[in-house]
Design a protein around this ligand. Structure first.
Ligand code: GTP
Ligand code: MG
Length: 149
């Protein structure tokens, strides 16, 4: 089953947007299977964003992600990776559509409040990176029959 790694970045935590951001995925109907507040160490940030390590903004990105606690989440559901990316909106919040998290709540790429995995493979990879075994919960939401026929 498809899983995605969603993270409220340090600016989202500092700005008090944690509840709002969790709420959007919760209301949509995806299943939360992991959740924690966490101070990210530098090596983990570098591993998470390793595909971007040749970019000029990489040092600033690592500084940003490790600058305060983040909220780590694992969400599950058919189609959750692409749908979460749509809910999050474009990387540049000024280009992100109103109604999306970045479109509604952010103004700059370097402070875009939330992360979402870009493929099902990366969803699994990132959940493995950020969560230990035993931190994820398998459960049956009571509303399941009202979400899917
Ligand atoms: P994530 O969900 O965080 O992975 O964002 P994304 O998939 O929309 O964008 P991408 O993976 O290309 O970049 C990862 C993160 O690096 C972005 O969310 C930004 O926080 C940061 N970033 C990307 N491009 C730039 C840039 O040009 N300048 C700065 N300062 N940060 C950037
Ligand atoms: Mg990305």
């Amino acid at each position: 089953v498809e899983e995605t790694y969603i993270m409220v970045k340090p600016d989202g935590v500092q700005r008090g947007l944690v509840g709002e951001i969790i709420s959007r995925f919760e209301k949509k109907g995806f299943k939360l299977i992991g959740l924690k507040l966490f101070q990210c160490p530098k090596d983990l940030a570098e591993e998470h964003y390793k595909d971007l390590n040749s970019k000029p903004f990489f040092p600033k990105l690592i500084e940003y992600i490790t600058s305060g606690p983040v909220v780590c989440m694992a969400w599950e559901g058919a189609g959750v990776v692409a749908s979460a990316r749509k809910l999050i909106g474009s990387t540049d919040p000024l280009q992100a559509e109103p109604g999306t998290i970045r479109g509604d709540l952010a103004v700059q790429t370097g402070r875009n409040v939330v992360h979402g995995s870009d493929s099902p493979e990366n969803g699994k990879r990132e959940i493995g990176l950020w969560f230990k075994e035993g931190e994820l919960c398998q459960w049956t939401p009571a509303q399941a029959q009202w979400l899917r026929e």
